[in-house]
Design a protein around this ligand. Structure first.
Ligand SMILES: [Zn+2]
Length: 77
């Protein structure tokens, strides 16, 4: 079971090393982001597609333990 995490770094107990840590967050593009970008490209709106990849709106946040580098959880938008 992965702990509930938000879009920002959270302080929690790492399930892997059992230490109290503040998670490191990495944003990851979702499949939805790619599909939307592809549609925008088809509509000749490729600058919009670039903007889509620059914005953090359409991304998930993956949380990692800074201590043992284990994957802690994902925050889905
Ligand atoms: Zn850990």
């Amino acid at each position: 079971m992965s702990p509930a995490v938000g879009p920002k770094p959270c302080t929690l107990f790492c399930p892997n090393c059992s230490q109290r840590v503040t998670t490191r967050v990495k944003s990851k593009s979702t499949t939805k982001t790619h599909i939307l970008a592809l549609i925008l490209c088809c509509l000749m709106c490729w600058p919009c597609a670039c903007c889509l990849y620059c914005t953090k709106l359409a991304r998930n946040s993956n949380h990692y333990c800074p201590n043992c580098k284990a994957f802690v959880g994902t925050y889905k938008r």
